[in-house]
Design a protein around this ligand. Structure first.
Ligand SMILES: *Cc1c(COP(=O)(O)O)cnc(C)c1O
Length: 365
């Protein structure tokens, strides 16, 4: 039978952008003891958020559609960031917002620029909507704002993507560098600044918000520091005309009532984030210590994971496979020259100890 796919869908390879830990568990028939491979939080959600969810469930709250305008949450976010609610679009996570962005701003065959080995979901959406990807290499394990801009100019790109802090390397640029990049975006392009990990970074990693700039979209999420990856809620901050574009194409119920309630309650829990950040700092230090004790180089991280250098891609791949076999879920960067690193997530202390034990077994010669 020949299905009449659109030309675009016909042209796409069958691909699985993320092999989930659930898939690996089904394949191996065993469950993971440490789940530190997907940059998820090991430290739960705000107690106020958990209570708000339960309360809503008890009142039949999830039988109702969510507020399609996300009014209360946008108001709270606007207050937090000092921007107008009209400059915020809430949706089902950054991943969903990146898809909407591509659909909104990129025609088929338009060129977009990203770094070779950067966050793959963006590339997935670009391919899905028929764009052409151009990549520039990482420089010293950092995404390179200058090279991204130069490639953007050269190819007359519509979109330029950067994440700060970066996934998969955990490195970051200070706000001054990012601001200089924002100031140099060519007129034909929009800069997509993915700040999924910004909560974990020092305060000087984020430039001030300026929603008068029509060439910039910034992305934030409740998936990482707020521990809500499974609830799918994130937001974009941009010029209100860009937000009105999102509002013409978004699925108005893409997030959901319980996520809205939990996100709002989390923002109102002033003790929660500092507690998580302190846990993550201690967890990063555990990974630094682990690496140092074994004379392995690591990259100082502004995220909830640490890239540890295994010297060769083969070594990194074999250690990773052995760890996964021994019920420790971790991942690594996919492309050279980043692929000689393994990406060690900050887990609970017990997950970390399991990781260390299995790592030592996997690497003893
Ligand atoms: C985890 C991650 C995301 C995904 O965010 P969601 O809000 O869960 O969709 C986006 N960008 C980067 C760089 C990430 O690492």
């Amino acid at each position: 039978m020949t299905i009449k796919f659109t030309r675009q869908v016909q042209s796409l390879p069958a691909s699985v952008p993320f092999v989930g830990p659930e898939t690996l568990e089904r394949q191996s028939g065993q469950t993971f003891l440490a789940r530190i491979g997907a940059n998820e939080s090991a430290f739960g959600i705000s107690e106020l958020a958990a209570n708000a969810i339960t309360d809503s469930l008890n009142k039949g709250g999830c039988s109702w559609y969510c507020d399609p305008e996300n009014h209360e949450l946008r108001s709270a976010l606007a207050l937090k960031h000092g921007v107008s609610p009209g400059c915020i679009c809430v949706d089902g996570g950054i991943d969903a917002l990146l898809g909407l962005t591509v659909r909104m701003l990129m025609e088929p065959n338009d060129v977009v620029v990203t770094s070779h080995g950067a966050y793959p979901t963006f590339n997935y959406h670009v391919s899905g909507f028929g764009g052409t990807l151009k990549t520039v290499p990482y420089k010293n394990a950092h995404e390179s704002p200058e090279d991204l801009l130069a490639a953007g100019e050269q190819h007359r790109a519509r979109l330029i993507y950067i994440s700060n802090p970066d996934n998969p390397m955990g490195t970051w640029h200070p706000a001054t560098t990012i601001q200089a990049m924002i100031d140099s975006v060519p007129e034909h392009a929009t800069l997509l600044l993915d700040e999924a990990y910004i909560d974990f970074a020092e305060a000087d990693a984020a430039p001030a918000f300026d929603t008068s700039n029509p060439n910039l979209i910034r992305y934030r999420t409740f998936s990482k520091a707020y521990g809500m990856a499974g609830m799918r809620i994130g937001y974009a901050i941009a010029h209100e005309d860009i937000i009105s574009g999102f509002n013409r194409i978004r699925n108005h119920f893409a997030s959901n009532r319980l996520s809205q309630i939990a996100a709002l309650a989390s923002l109102g829990d002033s003790a929660f984030l500092p507690k998580v950040l302190s846990e993550v700092q201690q967890g990063r230090q555990r990974v630094y210590d682990f690496a140092q004790e074994r004379s392995l180089t690591f990259l100082p991280s502004a995220t909830n994971f640490v890239a540890v250098d295994m010297h060769t891609a083969d070594k990194a791949a074999s250690v990773l496979a052995e760890l996964n076999r021994c019920r420790v879920f971790i991942r690594k960067p996919a492309v050279s020259p980043l692929d000689r690193f393994i990406r060690v997530g900050v887990g609970t202390e017990s997950e970390h100890n399991t990781f260390v034990t299995e790592f030592d077994k996997a690497t003893k010669s």
